[in-house]
Design a protein around this ligand. Structure first.
Ligand SMILES: C[S@@+](CC[C@H](N)C(=O)[O-])C[C@H]1O[C@@H](n2cnc3c(N)ncnc32)[C@H](O)[C@@H]1O
Ligand code: SF4
Length: 434
C-alpha cells in the first residue's frame, strides 16, 4: 500500500511557479526525475508508489500507454514552465522502469532531451530490477543515452531475498552487471538492504563480498525500514517473522563502511559509497537543495524554494494531463527558516559536510558538546578550526553568543557526522537544531 501524501496549499492548474522561484533558478541547470509506477509484483517490505497489473486493472487511464502519454505531456509542461535550460542529471526510478520496453524508456529520455539540452557529461541513470533485463535490453539503453545504471541487488542470500519477496536469484546479479559493463555503462551501482529478519552479520558480509566481486562503481546500502501497511509489517505484527534488531543493523552499517572503504569505495552520504568520481550526481543535487522536476505519479519536485508533489494514482495522473492540467496535488512555498532547517537535515548527511554558516548562534553553541560526545567533527581534516569541548562559541567563530545572528558566509569550517554520529544521524540533528 503506497504511503500517503503530505497536505499543502493548492497548486496552480497551469503548473506555474512564483516569480521568486524562477528568479532564484536564473539560467541554472535543473535535474529531472522520472517515476515509473509499475512493478511485476510488490515486494513485501516496499511502500513506494508503484502498482502491479492486478492492482491497476484494465480501466482506461491506467495502462502503460496512458502513463507514457502523460509523462511526455508533463515533460512538455516542465519545459513551458522552466523555459529552455540545461539538464545536468536525469534519473528514471520506480517502481520498475525496466518493465517498460527499452524503446519506451529511451523514448522518455529522448523527449527530455528534446525539451531540455543535456549539459556536457550529463548523468543519465535508470534503476533496474535484475530479473527484468537481458543483454540486448541493456545495449539499447546505452545506445539511447543512458550512462549509469543502478541494480536492485538487495542481498546475495537466497533466504534473505525470500523474506524480502524479491523474485531474482542471487546469481542473476553477476549476469546483469556483466551485460551492463559490456553494453558500455560508465557507472554501475548496486543497491543492498541490511537488517532483514533472519539475516545474520555473516549473511550481510557475504552480500557485501558478493557485491564487491562485481567491482561496482557505487553501492547504496539501506537499513530495512518496516513500513506501516506493508505485508512484512503485518507478518512481524502477527509474530510470523521476527522484527529487525537495532544493534544488529548498527553492526551491519559499520561492517559495510569497513568493507566498502577497504575496497576503495568511500562514503559520501550516509547510505552511499563510491569510487572517486562515481558519486550519484542526481542524488547529490537533492541533498544540496538544487532544483529538480519530478515527472510521474506521486513524483516530488523542488524549484527555488517551492516544493510540490503529483497525485499518486496513475489514473488520476493521466487524467489531469489528458485534460491539459498540471498533475500537482499540492505545493508548499518554503520560508527562509524552513529552507535553513532543510539544509541542515540534508547537508548533514554528506561527507562534505554542513556549512556551519547555516547554523544559528545557539545551534553553533551546541556543536562543542556534540564534538565532545564524538558525534560530529570538522568535515575537512585540514580545517584550522580548533574544536573546544567546552560549551560555548566555537573557536574560529567571531565570539557570537546565543542571541547573535548566524556568522557571515564562509567564516566557519564545515561539520560532518562521525561514524558514531552517522549511526544516530536523526537524533544528532535533532539535538543540534533549535
Ligand atoms: C523503491 S526501489 C526502486 C527500484 C527497483 N524497483 C528495486 O527494487 O531495486 C529503490 C530502492 O529502495 C529500496 N527500498 C524500498 N523499500 C525499502 C524499505 N522499506 N527499506 C529499505 N529499502 C527499501 C529498494 O530495495 C531499492 O533498492
Ligand atoms: S521491485 Fe522495487 S519498487 Fe517494486 S515493489 Fe519491489 S522494492 Fe518496491
Amino acid at each position: 500500500m503506497p504511503s500517503v501524501l503530505p497536505p499543502g496549499e493548492p497548486a496552480p492548474p497551469d503548473g506555474s511557479l512564483p516569480a521568486s522561484a524562477l528568479a532564484e533558478l536564473g539560467d541554472g541547470p535543473v535535474s529531472l526525475y522520472l517515476h515509473v509506477p509499475f512493478c511485476a509484483t510488490r515486494c513485501g517490505y516496499c511502500d513506494f508508489n508503484t502498482y502491479t497489473a492486478a492492482e491497476l486493472g484494465s480501466a482506461p487511464g491506467s495502462s502503460r500507454q496512458a502513463y507514457l502519454a502523460a509523462a511526455h505531456a508533463e515533460l512538455a509542461l516542465a519545459a513551458r514552465v522552466l523555459g529552455e535550460r540545461p539538464v545536468s542529471t536525469v534519473f528514471v526510478g520506480g517502481g520498475t522502469p525496466t518493465l517498460l520496453e527499452a524503446a519506451e524508456l529511451v523514448g522518455l529520455v529522448t523527449a527530455a532531451r528534446e525539451h531540455f539540452p543535456l549539459s556536457d557529461g550529463a548523468e543519465v541513470t535508470t534503476e533496474c530490477n535484475p530479473e527484468s533485463v537481458d543483454a540486448r535490453y541493456l545495449d539499447a539503453l546505452v545506445a539511447g543515452g543512458f550512462n549509469r545504471i543502478s541494480f536492485g541487488m538487495q542481498s546475495a542470500r537466497a533466504h534473505v531475498l525470500r523474506v524480502l519477496e524479491r523474485t531474482h536469484t542471487p546469481g542473476r546479479v553477476a549476469d546483469v552487471v556483466g551485460w551492463a559493463r559490456a553494453a558500455g555503462f560508465g557507472s554501475i551501482s548496486l543497491d543492498l538492504i541490511y537488517g532483514t529478519p533472519g539475516e545474520s552479520l555473516d549473511d550481510w558480509r557475504a552480500s557485501l563480498e558478493a557485491a564487491l566481486a562485481q567491482a561496482p562503481d557505487h553501492v547504496s546500502a539501506y537499513a530495512l525500514i518496516i513500513e506501516e501497511g506493508t505485508r512484512l509489517a503485518a507478518q512481524i505484527r502477527r509474530g510470523d517473522v521476527p522484527a529487525p534488531i537495532d544493534d544488529l543493523q548498527a553492526d551491519c552499517y559499520e561492517l559495510a563502511d569497513d568493507v566498502l572503504s577497504a575496497a576503495g569505495l568511500g562514503w559520501y552520504e550516509l547510505s552511499n559509497w563510491s569510487r572517486p568520481g562515481h558519486e550519484c550526481r542526481h542524488n547529490l543535487a537533492y541533498w544540496r537543495g538544487a532544483s529538480w522536476w519530478g515527472v510521474g505519479p506521486g513524483a516530488h519536485s523542488h524549484v527555488g524554494g517551492v516544493r510540490w508533489w503529483n497525485v499518486k494514482h496513475p489514473r488520476r495522473y493521466s487524467a489531469a494531463l489528458a485534460e491539459g492540467h498540471s498533475p500537482a496535488a499540492a505545493r508548499e512555498v518554503l520560508d527562509a527558516d524552513a529552507r535553513r532547517v532543510e539544509r541542515v537535515l540534508l547537508e548533514s548527511r554528506l561527507a562534505d559536510g554542513l556549512d556551519s554558516e547555516v547554523l544559528t548562534a545557539s545551534e553553533r553553541a551546541r556543536v562543542p558538546g556534540l564534538v565532545a560526545r564524538g558525534l560530529i567533527e570538522p568535515a575537512r581534516p585540514d580545517s584550522d578550526l580548533r574544536w573546544s569541548s567546552a560549551p560555548g562559541p566555537l573557536s574560529g567563530d567571531r565570539g557570537a553568543g546565543p542571541s547573535s545572528p548566524p556568522a557571515e558566509s564562509g567564516s566557519l569550517a564545515p561539520l560532518r557526522l562521525t561514524r558514531r554520529g552517522r549511526l544516530l544521524a536523526d537524533a544528532v540533528v535533532r539535538d543540534l537544531l533549535d
